[in-house]
Design a protein around this ligand. Sequence first.
Ligand code: GLN
Length: 436
Amino acid sequence: MGHIVEKVQEYLERIERSSINAYIQVDRERVLKEAENLEKNEKLKKRPLYGKVIAVKSNINVRGYLISCASKTLENYISPYDATVIKRIRSQGGLIIGMTNMDEFACGSSGETSYYGPTKNPRAEDRIPGGSSSGSAAAVSAHLCDMALGSDTGGSIRNPASHCGVVGFKPSYGVVSRQGLCDLAMSFDQIGPLTGNARDALLLTNVIKGRDISDSTTVDTPEFKIWNKEEMKNFKIGVIKEFMEVSDEKIRERVERAIEIFRDLNWEVVELSYRYIDLALPTYYLINYVEFFSATRRYDGRRYGYPIEEVCGEEVLRRIMIGRHISKKEYSGKYYKRALQARRMMKKEMLKLFKDVDAIVSPTVPKLPHKIGEKLTPMEMYAYDVLTVPANLCGMCAGVVRCGEINGIPVGLQIMGKPFEDEKILNIMIQFEENF
Ligand code: GLN
């Protein structure tokens, strides 16, 4: 037995014993067989992901697996194909271990809306792990895989990365193919990595990124390299005052301490102001509702699954009903078009800020994760997203690295970059991590 099979076996045993509900499906026999085959495959041995064991969010198609989006709607849907990102992972020697738990159709920030029950935060088991890529972040945090894939529409990679104390990266819109991802809101969604460290995030992004003829929004980007200190001299970091002000004091304090790391690197840190922060949530959710409503029309029970409105949970139903309402012809000018206008304005203003800085840092989530079962109003749930949705609204890239903890609960630093400066942001994440 080779080391990959051995490692997979170890993970399988840990998953079996674990009580955090990170996975929806693991196919023991299949993954062991694939591990064996991998060990015999000479061609893949030198590839960058060789032998890496990867968990996948349940809204990304992996052939032969249950792609349920954690919804009863798709509880019997076995995928007939591999998404582009999965094909790329396999071609570079990666191994898929199973499908992770998530908020139903990625609608949520806590992991509690899953049809399969909530995932627990491995670092504080009575608390939510964040969402919607809750199982992927929790699986990395609890060492139930080497790395994982999540999707991020408004923070779903970064939010659980922050709460579970792992690294997460949302690539700029268009860097990674969405082919094979079940849409939440197609003009925001990006697939990205959840990993134990920033170098792994760069590695996995390198493998999954690139132009794909089946997703016309994708572009080609040169291979991301790891930069040395010389190449990163005199970087300038921006801190948006309004992003700090909306965050809890203890979180702010951790982030302020983290910013000292950049000063120690002799980088300049400047304060910025972004006057549109109040527009972030209304603009994001309005567009989200409309695009999600449209995306769910395929779940009418004719081709696969059950009619979504008949079986889905409360949050998904809320979005469909509001989305249907705003999508009516007579309202589109009033709401949707205004939201698109606001989005353009927000992007323009954000790009202005980037004229003067290399990256903008902030807390990731303004509050600590709540206790599982605690009842939040929809507005309170949405409020978790205020610092993460701007990156999706503006097409920017943004990553999260650990920057401390509060009573044992991890806190993540968000590092945002201009669209298509993903390589730079991943390198700043690496620098931060190595000096923290
Ligand atoms: N919490 C946000 C929402 O519910 C983001 C979800 C996501 O990024 N998938 O829309």
